[in-house]
Design a protein around this ligand. Structure first.
Ligand code: TXE
Length: 490
């Protein structure tokens, strides 16, 4: 049994080739709900990255993994899914104490991450190669082969689901993987790697290097032995990694930030729409790449919608994430709360009206944590910084619109293009607007529904590539075409 977060004395080691390794330096994991230090975690240095890549390369080349049949890989992936559910409580507790999400959401994310492994077990076992139409006396076919060593770099907001979304398809595709989790949420990946070893994954096929972006992430993406990079995180970090990948000529998948419009037409079911808008922004304390952070309301119903929105927002319960019935826990770190507060101060200075929230909670029992109240901002235009930049916190900007043309122009006036919500009773209008908005995912009369079988990714500065679905496995493979000559005279 590895020494993972659930049982280890500090500092927690990282994992290379199935073995725990302690680094020379450490960093602290802090519980954002209490301000208490959870534990110290080892930093993987650039020498550790070198060793890890060498071990992963060897494991990827070893006949045991290279020649393993897809149905055998599928069996291991399925066993990982089962193992995660067997340790669901431990995984949910880890995520809650590291990023402060409410327990109900942590549990739902464990179930979702587990089902991602199950889904890719099925894809791995059933997806075939192609025999392509022949134009001569030969049989041509296209196979899909792994890259070798894949780096999976993940953020702190949903570590379990984001890691599963990369690790499961990359393993299904036959690669070895090195996960570099966020320094804010360092240990869920270690627990999953332990589950994977118990499920029969050969040591060295799934490695976890903990540490900061600068100490650990950067040497990893620069390493010549890493043949593919899959990243989810902020747009600026994505740009840096994209530049390195371009220089090295290795493929990269980037799932980045968003500033998604949630659009409410006057003919919508206002009660359902406002409920969807509130969940769409405040679930996870707004720390979601797909948060609907810009609400566009048709002017005819603006006052009514604002009234309902205020009532629902003020009814949200902010509190300790392990207390049942809480809608929002703290923000993921104290530094992040300061950043969110900076945005709200900026909105005020620009003449914005704070209709709800805009402050820390008054309850003294929450003083020690990084809590922030759900906040509504009105009275600004799309030109304001708070309406343009990703806040990644519980702040919703309310913007009125008059007609469809005005709406589409405003909604697309952003560098991002991740997601969009449309609330209307008119399905023709819904489809028209859905086609016109720059976004990788559009929801109509719903929001934040996600399915592992449906491709996900961004337009514009929200990223490159699509994760999930069958293509989510192909992302981690390269095509190889083979021609078998059939001309008897040749
Ligand atoms: O993310 P980073 P941060 C957005 C959100 C948030 C902002 C910054 O707006 O406020 O990004 O968050 C690793 N080479 N999102 O600073 O820096 C890092 O260690 C290699 C949106 O936490 O992007 C971590 O593992 N790796 C988002 C991962 O990259 C590097 C989710 C993400 O960190 C690196 C999170 C480097 N040079 C934040 N620098 C979403 N799309 O869901 C950092 N890392």
């Amino acid at each position: 049994m590895l020494q993972t977060a659930s049982i280890a004395p500090a500092p927690i080691p990282f994992l290379i080739g199935g073995e725990p390794v302690r680094g020379e330096a450490v960093f602290q994991s802090v519980n954002p709900a209490t301000g208490q230090v959870n534990y110290e975690v080892s930093v993987a240095s650039s020498a550790d990255v070198d060793r890890c890549v060498a071990v992963a390369q060897e494991a990827a080349r070893a006949p045991k993994w290279r020649n393993m049949k897809p149905h055998e890989r599928a069996r291991i992936l399925y066993a990982i899914a089962e193992g995660m559910m067997a340790r669901a409580d431990v995984l949910a507790q880890i995520q809650m104490r590291e990023n402060g999400k409410v327990m109900a959401e942590c549990r739902a994310q464990v179930a979702s991450a587990s089902s991602t492994f199950r889904y890719y077990a099925a894809v791995c076992e059933t997806l075939g190669a192609e025999v392509t139409p022949s134009r001569g006396d030969y049989l041509s076919m296209t196979l899909h082969q792994p890259y070798g060593v894949v780096a999976a770099i993940t953020p702190w907001n949903s570590p379990l689901t984001m890691e599963a979304q990369k690790v499961a398809p990359a393993l299904a595709a036959g690669n070895a993987v090195i996960v570099k989790p966020s320094e804010v949420t360092p240990t869920a990946a270690l627990e999953v790697a332990d589950i994977a070893l118990a499920a029969g994954l050969p040591p060295g096929i799934l490695n976890v290097l903990t540490g900061t972006g600068r100490d650990t992430g950067l040497p990893l993406v620069r390493h010549p032995g890493v043949r593919m990079i899959s990243f989810t995180g902020g747009t600026e970090t994505g740009r840096t990694i994209g530049r390195i990948a371009a220089e090295r000529l290795v493929p990269v998948a980037l799932e980045l930030g968003g500033k998604s419009p949630n659009i409410l037409f006057a003919d919508a079911d206002l009660e359902a729409a406002v409920a969807g808008v509130v969940t769409g922004i405040f679930e996870g304390s707004g720390q979601s790449c797909i948060a609907g952070s810009r609400l566009f309301v048709q002017r005819a119903v603006l006052d009514e919608v604002v009234g309902r929105l205020k009532a629902r927002t003020q009814a949200l319960r902010v509190g300790q994430p392990d207390v049942a019935g809480m809608s929002m826990g703290p923000l993921s770190s104290f530094g992040h709360r300061e950043r969110v507060e900076g945005f709200v101060a900026d909105a005020r200075a620009a003449g914005g009206e704070i209709l709800a929230g805009g402050a820390r909670p008054e309850d003294p029992a929450l003083d020690a944590g990084a809590f922030y109240m759900p906040t509504l901002v009105a009275g600004l235009t799309s030109a304001a910084r708070v309406c343009r930049e990703e806040i990644f916190g519980p702040v919703l900007c309310i913007l009125p619109f008059d007609d469809e043309d005005d709406l589409v122009a405003q909604a697309n006036d952003t560098a991002y293009g991740l997601a969009c919500g449309i609330w209307t009773a008119d399905y023709k209008r819904a489809l028209r607007v859905a086609r016109a908005i720059d976004a990788g995912t559009v929801w109509v009369n719903t929001y934040k529904q996600l399915s592992i079988s449906t491709p996900f990714g961004g337009f514009k500065d929200s990223g490159i590539g699509r994760e999930k679905g069958i293509g989510g496995m192909r992302l981690y493979q390269q095509a190889k075409s083979i021609y078998l000559g059939l001309d008897a005279t040749a």
